[in-house]
Ligand binder design. Structure first.
Ligand SMILES: Nc1ncnc2c1ncn2[C@@H]1O[C@H](COP(=O)(O)OP(=O)(O)O)[C@@H](O)[C@H]1O
Ligand SMILES: CSC[C@H]1O[C@H](OP(=O)(O)O)[C@H](O)[C@@H]1O
Length: 396
C-alpha cells in the first residue's frame, strides 16, 4: 500500500529517513530525532530513528533495487519489501507475540516501519557468544506450527489459500534460494566460496551422483510444493531473542512452499552450533533442536485435530504420514543449508568466525559431511532421536 504523497522510489539516507519519520507522524511534533543505518544483512538498509527526548524509537527498513552485498550489478525487485510487510502481518495474525509490530509500509518507497527490537539480540550472535535463550526453541516450534498450519490447505478454504499463494508469488527471491541453496553448491559454480583446504571434499561432493539426485529432489520439492506461507529465510540471523522473548524478522523470501523448508533452515542453523560446541553447551543445542521439533509436532497435531477442514484429516494414518513427510523434508533442507552456508555464497559467522584456521576447516568439513548425511539418510531416520543420536555418535 502507498501511504506517502511521493509515488517514486529513492533510496533513503539517514537525513531523509528522519524527514520520512516526521511525514509519517511516527513521533510527537516536538521530537528531537536522530538516525543511524544499522543494516548488517545482505540485502537492505535498516534505519533506526530515535527521539532524544523520550528515548522512543522505530525501525525503517528499505529494500534497495539491488542486492546490497554485491551491488548494482545484481538487480533485485523492490517488491520484496511489500512481501515482507504483508508476511509479517499475515503471520502476525497467528503469532502476534512472535513477530514485530508493523506500523506502516509503502510499496513505492519499498519501506516497512517496524517495532524497534534493539532490547533483544540477533540469535545467531547470542548463540555464538553462549547465550542460552531458554524459550527460543519452544517459541520457534510454536511459530512454525501456527504460521504453517493456518496458512495451509488444512485450515484455509481453497480459494483463500490460492489467493494468498498468488499474493505471495515471489519469483526473484525464490530464484536466489533455488540457485544459492539448491544448485550452485552442488556444481563448480562461480558463486561458490570455500577455502582451498576444503577443495578435495568439495570435488567429491560434486562427483557424488547419489547426493545430487537427492538434492535435485529437494529442489523440486521447494519449487513445486505450495504447502504453506513460509518465512523463506528462517536462519538464526532472522530471529531476535532474549531471556524471555523471541521475535522473527525479515520474511522477504516469503512464498508458498514446503513446510519442511522453514523447519529445516532453523534446525540447520542450530546444527552449526552443535558442530562448533562440546560438552553441556553442545547438549543445550541438541535440546533446542529436539524441543523445536517436538513443539512443532505437538502443536501442529493439536491444530490438525481441532481446526483441520480437510475431510481426509480424520482418516487414520493421514496426519502421521504428512508429518513424517515434513520430517524427511526438514532433514533434507537442513542438510542443504549446512552445505550452502559452508561452501556457497553467504556464509555464517558460526563457522567463519572460528579461529584458528585448522579448527575452522575441521568444523567446515564436519558441516559438509553432516549436510551430506542428512540429505542421504532423510528417509531412513524417522524421529528426532535418530538425528540427535547421530550427532552424539560423532563425538563419542
Ligand atoms: N526491528 C528491528 N529492530 C532492531 N534492529 C533491527 C530490526 N530489524 C532489523 N534490525 C537490524 O538490522 C539487521 C538487518 O536486518 P534484516 O531484516 O535481517 O535485513 P536483511 O534483509 O538485509 O538481511 C539485523 O541483523 C538487525 O541488527
Ligand atoms: C545475496 S542473498 C544471500 C542470502 O542473503 C539472505 O540473507 P539475509 O537477508 O538474511 O542477509 C538469504 O539468506 C540469501 O540466501
Amino acid at each position: 500500500m502507498a501511504i506517502l504523497a511521493k509515488q517514486s522510489y529513492e533510496s533513503l539516507t539517514e537525513d531523509t529517513a528522519i524527514h520520512l519519520a516526521k511525514e509519517l507522524n511516527l513521533f510527537p511534533e516536538h521530537a528531537s530525532l536522530s538516525c543511524i543505518e544499522i543494516g548488517d544483512g545482505n540485502l537492505n538498509y535498516v534505519f533506526k530513528i530515535s527521539d532524544r527526548i523520550t528515548g522512543s524509537s522505530v525501525i525503517i527498513k528499505q529494500a534497495l533495487p539491488y542486492a546490497k552485498v554485491v551491488g548494482e550489478s545484481w538487480p533485485l525487485t523492490i517488491k520484496r519489501s511489500t512481501i515482507e510487510a504483508n508476511a509479517l502481518k499475515k503471520h502476525g495474525e497467528y503469532v502476534p507475540h512472535l513477530v514485530p509490530k508493523v506500523f506502516a509500509a509503502d510499496e513505492h518507497l519499498a519501506i516497512t516501519v517496524i517495532e524497534d527490537l534493539s532490547h533483544l539480540e540477533i540469535a545467531r550472535i547470542g548463540l555464538i557468544n553462549g547465550a542460552e535463550y531458554p524459550n527460543l526453541s519452544q517459541d520457534i516450534g510454536e511459530y512454525l506450527a501456527k504460521t504453517l498450519f493456518f496458512t495451509s490447505d488444512f485450515a484455509l478454504h481453497p480459494f483463500e489459500k490460492k489467493r494468498l499463494a498468488a499474493q505471495f508469488s515471489n519469483p526473484e527471491l525464490c530464484k536466489i534460494t533455488e540457485d544459492l541453496v539448491f544448485t550452485d553448491p552442488f556444481f563448480n559454480h562461480d558463486s561458490n566460496d570455500y577455502e582451498p583446504e576444503l577443495a578435495e571434499l568439495v570435488y567429491e561432493l560434486w562427483k557424488n551422483t547419489e547426493l545430487k539426485v537427492e538434492a535435485a529432489k529437494l529442489k523440486r520439492s521447494f519449487v513445486t510444493e505450495a504447502e504453506s506461507l513460509l518465512h523463506g529465510d528462517l536462519h538464526t540471523g532472522s530471529i531476535f531473542a532474549g531471556p524471555a522473548e523471541t521475535k522473527v524478522i525479515d520474511p522477504e523470501f516469503a512464498f508458498y512452499g514446503p513446510i519442511g523448508f522453514d523447519v529445516g533452515q532453523f534446525i540447520g542453523n542450530l546444527l552449526f552450533q552443535s558442530i562448533v560446541r562440546t560438552g553441556v553447551k553442545r547438549d543445550m543445542i541438541h535440546t533446542h533442536i529436539r524441543t523445536t521439533w517436538d513443539v512443532f509436532y505437538s502443536t501442529f497435531s493439536e491444530l490438525w485435530e481441532s481446526h483441520n477442514i480437510e475431510p481426509f484429516s480424520k482418516t487414520e494414518g493421514v496426519k502421521e504420514d504428512f508429518l513424517q513427510k515434513v520430517f524427511r523434508d526438514t532433514l533434507g533442507f537442513a542438510g542443504c543449508e549446512l552445505i550452502r552456508r559452508t561452501i556457497g555464497l553467504s556464509h555464517v559467522k558460526d563457522l567463519d568466525g572460528i579461529e584458528p584456521k585448522d579448527q575452522r576447516i575441521l568444523f567446515k568439513k564436519r558441516a559438509i559431511e553432516l549436510g551430506t548425511t542428512l540429505i542421504l539418510n532423510r528417509s531412513q531416520w524417522t524421529s528426532i532421536t535418530d538425528l540427535i543420536g547421530r550427532l552424539e555418535e560423532e563425538i563419542s
